[in-house]
Design a protein around this ligand. Structure first.
Ligand code: MN
Length: 518
């Protein structure tokens, strides 16, 4: 048999991929920053030398694009470097030692984090979605790992057409249900919008087609009126002494339009913000002043005025929204904000505002708040059990710093609802995530998957090693249950489990057997 090696015969053109293209995206990089980026660039080029993507591009294109997205998000230098290196161990020829030696512990930590996240796969089982999202946040340990993963996924989605059909569907579904919502909850609209639309196309092709058309028609309809409106707004603002402002507009994403349509009794007439005017002003005061000027000149639609400055959205989004009649038969949404508010809206957890102020660990804690559970002790989540009191203490401490970004009431809510939820996340060999209380054993895991699996458990493997059934699981373990037809629960099993669910199953089983015997 002849083996065809996919070597690239001629050097591909690197014109569009010079390290300088990426460096120009950075805010005032130092000489050291430039040198570090160039070094990572060269390292990645070598680590993936002669390796190809399915698209026929050199593999390097993928890591370059990932790093570039991170630069656009204004991430710090170690994160951008890790973007270059994120596949260099798994798919390339680099080793941990090399990365550590050349780039240090921090970069290695980030690269390893991304690799670990890669092990998780969403198979489309609804009941695992939430625990998978939680798992990602808990495992990432550092918000930057998650953001690298999102940037990596963005490029994979952009090149999804080159994968086989079934793979396209799985990856797109995972993106739509896990990664895009994650980007959204981290408030990185810049990523979530594109991730949503790219995956929407593969997951719901018919709806995608329909809504692409709707968005296009709406846009063509609205644009001339919007441009006229913007002109008048500029004039009014200038006349009323708002001197420092900028106006543009944004187009709503296709998936986002579809979701809104679903939520509005499927009435497309109700959606006024396919195109929305955005006004950026220099101060909070000017935001309200501008709103006043708009309302004095154009009649607002009742019930459409939203003050997200006074009450920000749970993900930190701030802006004033209103919808007005333009006077020529159309209705236009107006969003008013400062550049700082805009940065938070687009970059979210990755924004300078949050990131610089709180450091990555704090932002991760903050981010995890948007999940139904406040994940306690993310920093040493995989270590042993954290006592509830210690955790409360830690939260109280971090609360001091987080007051500015979190409402006190929501802090208390989180505390109440999750006080006793000390959870770990364990993976099936297929990559599904099961969440269990701390202290759960291999046998608990079996019953958590399915009672029938539990009842026939004969052995267990954790991370590919045989273990006893009462082996206590750790966060991130991959557990596999071995079964035998004639294996069945005994009274002794009650000592091997921790969860009430498993205990109840075992007790029920034993009682049924007893009755049968009688
Ligand atoms: Mn990758």
């Amino acid at each position: 048999m002849i083996r065809i090696l996919h070597l690239h015969p001629i050097p591909f053109t690197m014109d569009s991929m010079s390290p300088d293209d990426l460096i120009t995206l950075l805010d005032s990089p130092t000489e050291t920053d430039r040198a570090a980026i160039k070094k990572a660039y060269a390292f990645a080029l070598k680590a993936h030398e002669r390796q190809m993507r399915r698209s026929g591009d050199p593999y390097f294109v993928h890591v370059f694009e990932t790093a570039k997205t991170l630069a656009k998000l204004k991430m710090d230098i170690p994160t951008i470097i890790a973007g270059f290196l994120h596949d260099s161990i798994e798919d390339g020829v680099a080793t941990e030692e090399e990365i550590k030696k050349e780039f240090g512990d921090e970069v290695l930590f980030l690269v390893n984090g991304v690799t670990k996240l890669g092990k998780v796969k969403y198979q489309g089982a609804e009941r695992y979605v939430e625990s998978l999202r939680k798992f990602l946040v808990a495992t990432a340990r550092d918000i930057r790992v998650l953001i690298i993963k999102l940037a990596d996924r963005l490029h994979n989605m952009r090149t999804l057409e080159f994968l086989p059909k079934e793979k396209q569907k799985r990856i797109a579904l995972e993106t739509l249900e896990v990664y895009a919502p994650l980007a959204y909850r981290l408030s990185i609209r810049l990523l979530s919008r594109e991730l949503e639309d790219l995956s929407f196309k593969y997951v719901y092709p018919t709806e995608f087609k329909k809504f692409s058309e709707i968005v296009k028609v709406k846009e063509e309809e609205t644009l001339p009126k919007l441009e006229k409106f913007i002109k008048s707004v500029k004039k009014e603002l200038a006349e009323h002494g708002i001197l420092n402002f900028k106006i543009d507009y944004r187009q709503k994403g296709i998936y986002s339009t579809y979701k809104k349509w679903k939520n509005h009794e499927e009435d497309i007439g109700q959606i006024y913000d396919v195109l929305a005017t955005r006004i950026y002003v220099s101060s909070l005061e000017d935001c309200y002043k501008t709103l006043g000027i708009i309302h004095a000149n154009w009649r607002p639609l009742p019930g459409r005025i939203k003050d997200y400055i006074a009450s920000p959205k749970p993900n930190g989004y701030k802006s004033l929204h209103t919808t007005v009649f333009t006077g020529d038969g159309s209705v236009i949404e107006v969003q008013i904000r400062t550049p700082e508010m805009h940065e938070v809206a687009e970059y979210g957890a990755a924004s300078h505002e949050n990131y610089k102020k709180f450091g990555s660990q704090k932002v991760l804690n903050y981010a995890s708040n948007w999940f139904d559970q406040f994940l306690p002790k993310i920093s040493d989540f995989s270590q042993e059990k954290t006592s509830a009191t210690k955790w409360v203490h830690d939260i109280a401490k971090s609360q001091e710093n987080m007051n500015t970004i979190m409402e006190k009431s929501s802090f208390i809510e989180d505390l109440k609802s999750d006080f006793f939820n000390e959870r770990i996340f364990v993976l099936t060999p297929k990559g599904d995530v099961v969440d269990l209380p701390v202290g759960a054993t291999a046998l608990d895991f079996a019953f958590a998957i399915h009672s029938k699996l539990g009842e026939h458990t004969n052995g267990a493997k954790i991370n590919n090693k045989m273990v006893s059934l009462d082996k206590i699981l750790k966060n991130g373990d991959i557990a596999e249950i071995l079964t035998r037809e004639n294996s069945k629960p005994s009274a002794k099993w009650l000592e091997l489990v921790k969860t009430n669910m498993a205990k109840r199953h075992i007790t029920n089983y034993l009682e049924k057997q007893k009755k049968k015997r009688i």
